[in-house]
Design a binder for this molecule. Sequence first.
Ligand SMILES: *Cc1c(COP(=O)(O)O)cnc(C)c1O
Length: 235
Amino acid sequence: MPNGDDQALDQLSLAERLARVRAGIADAASTAGRAASDITTIVVTKFQPVPLLRELYELGVRDLGENRHQEASAKAQELTDLDDVTWHFVGQLQSKKARQVAGYADVVHSIDRPALVSALSAARETPLDCFVQVNLTTDQARGGVVPDELDPLVEQVLATPSLRLLGVMAVAPLGEEPRQAFARLRSLSDRVVALAPNASRISAGMSHDYREAIAEGATHLRIGTAITGNRPSPG
Ligand SMILES: *Cc1c(COP(=O)(O)O)cnc(C)c1O
């Protein structure tokens, strides 16, 4: 059930929610002594209808994120006329879908195991931008590579000419202060940068924790509901 806060969100227009989040990002960046222009905001549009994506485009959004292959593929196909959109795939990715995702995605945020690197390696002629997703929880079943296995996975990506590593990605665990989790992500990012000086980007921060992510160096925010409004319930 949406709480009161979420209901208030749906009273605003899309343009108002976008403006509100953009102001929040500018504010958090300035508090952190960072330039807002160094931060890419990806609007995550899963479950949202295509007209809403067009409306976002008209409001100046050029980075769209999706987390399920079928839906992402259908939307990218319907919106091929918007040829300066950068499509971000942010969801868990099955190896058998990897080649198809590489056909329309510009950036994949969820590389979390060797098999996926192999599956993506032969998928493109031009390099695919990607993030390695790290699991910040103690639950091994969650998406992301565990920190102990991060370095070999990064090495494998670096050895794959069809992949260009941008950096690390994570989702803050439930039940932990997001700032603390993002601080861990930042130190993992430092470790990756020691292996790959250009892979300094950090994909972190969602509707409820983007300020904390900005404070810990996030360069790519993945924001859904705070901008789109609540997602229509599936089915
Ligand atoms: C849905 C989703 C988001 C956006 O979540 P909100 O809470 O709606 O901002 C970000 N990242 C991933 C991986 C997602 O699946």
